[in-house]
Ligand binder design. Structure first.
Ligand code: MTE
Length: 322
């Protein structure tokens, strides 16, 4: 077993978090001491997270297991992957699980919009009757250099694309996630460009790996992990995997994501995993596994090159990895 060590590039968690970008740009963060001077907003962050793991009644969600994507590493213990989250709508700490229990997940519907045969809203329960649920284990690699390995239950994104019937002009999918001021305290941080937006090309969305998850560890997906339905794109940095999606728009314009709006030079559109391309503020060569804290080498495309590398042939002039 590898021993956890802090490599030379390692930086405090708070500095690695994308929110440090915003604060740095606004002159609010000049080091740990400066956080105290950031005023009421800084104080609020501490209030958002819940210390105790949430008590949730997560219903079982059985589905056939698909072992085509064997992860080659141990599953992350459920308690670790469900208590160390990025969900900025509920706060910018990792301990948002408690606050996220306020998320109202029923009823839930998704708007299919833009360049589709019939723009419409579809209730989640109706959508789930028209797709094939399965369980897959995927590796997840956050841009902050931590990683987890999770059994997701969901369905291929290609099935949603088929149901939506995009027109021949559609080139991209633009995901919009829930923005509910009543339940999401993070939305009071008005310098963030809410709502959380993400996007992929149609070719990426119809790649066999692209997945929409409604379950995790054999149960419905917990609120803090993006209930009731989230995007899962295992070859890309985790910020591409938008949580709690309410709208999928088909468009011929490349979507500008939430993090791109904040700092395009650090969080680009493609954001494919590559250990050779460092983030401007830290190395991407290694990753820390949630749970064991082992440091392991990061693989290009997060190890999924056989499935996805060909998607990017002919795109060599694009900034594919940052
Ligand atoms: N989706 C929304 N709506 N809001 C977020 O803040 N954070 C992203 C992504 N999806 C985020 C989001 C980031 S940075 C990561 S790494 C993953 O969710 C984290 O997923 P997890 O908390 O289930 O591990």
């Amino acid at each position: 077993m590898l021993i956890h060590r802090r490599p030379g590039w390692s930086i405090p968690e708070r500095e690695a978090t994308p929110e440090a970008v915003v604060l740095a740009r606004r002159g609010l963060l000049g080091g740990v001491g400066a956080i105290a001077m950031a005023g009421p907003a800084a104080a609020q962050w501490r209030l958002f997270g819940g210390d105790a793991p949430p008590q949730q009644d997560l219903k079982p969600l059985p589905a056939p297991h698909n072992d085509r994507y064997a992860p080659g590493r141990e599953l992350t213990p459920e308690k670790d992957s469900t208590t160390y989250n990025n969900f900025y709508e509920f706060g910018s700490e990792k301990s948002v699980a408690g606050a996220a229990q306020a998320l109202v997940v029923d009823p839930w519907s998704i708007e299919l919009a833009g360049m589709v045969a019939k723009p419409r809203s579809i209730a989640l329960e109706d959508l789930l009757k028209q797709v094939h649920l399965e369980e897959r284990v995927y590796r997840h690699r956050c841009v902050e250099a931590w990683a987890m390995t999770v059994p997701w239950t969901g369905f291929p994104m290609a099935e949603l694309v088929k149901l939506a019937e995009p027109t021949s002009s559609a080139k991209y999918l633009r995901f919009t996630t829930l923005m509910d001021r009543k339940t999401m305290p993070g939305l009071t941080q008005s310098w963030y460009p809410w709502p959380y937006i993400e996007g992929v090309t149609l070719a990426e969305a119809t790649n066999e790996l692209a997945f929409l998850s409604v379950g995790m560890y054999g149960k419905i997906v917990p609120r803090q992990d993006g209930a009731p339905i989230r995007v899962t794109l295992p070859w890309k940095y985790g910020f591409k995997s938008a949580k709690s999606i309410v709208k999928v728009e088909f468009t011929d314009q490349r979507p500008v994501s939430y993090w791109q709006q904040l700092q395009d030079s650090e969080y680009g559109f493609w954001a494919n995993v590559n250990p050779e391309v460092p983030h401007p503020r830290w190395s991407q060569a290694e990753e820390r596994l949630l749970g064991s804290n082992e440091m392991v080498k990061t693989k290009i495309w997060n190890g999924y090159g056989d499935y996805v590398a060909a998607l990017y042939d002919g795109l060599k002039n694009e900034r594919l990895f940052a």
